[in-house]
Design a protein around this ligand. Sequence first.
Ligand SMILES: [Zn+2]
Length: 114
Amino acid sequence: MYTITKEVYFCYGHRLMNHGGKCRHLHGHSVKASVSIQQASLNEQSMVCDFSDIKDCVESFVDTYLDHNFLLHKDDPLIPMLTDANERFMVLDEHPTAEVLSKMIFKHFAVIRF
Ligand SMILES: [Zn+2]
């Protein structure tokens, strides 16, 4: 089994409305997403896949949806105010935890064949 990993760094803002601690307040993070691709065998170029394909795929997704964006749960009362202020944000059906962001990136990759 062969595994390669590409790391991508980005920043985002969020809050966790029902969190009992300080994460219920507006705040931001600088994070690293590690995307690993695993194959049972190498391709005709002796690669799991081309690193540049992973880089292009994850960076385009992160740049479009996550980097320097503000992620909010669909019931967050800030949404109308941010809309009126013409601020960039994205509404999620789930609370915008690191796990949910990981799931979003995973789902993006799940439909791609390397
Ligand atoms: Zn946070």
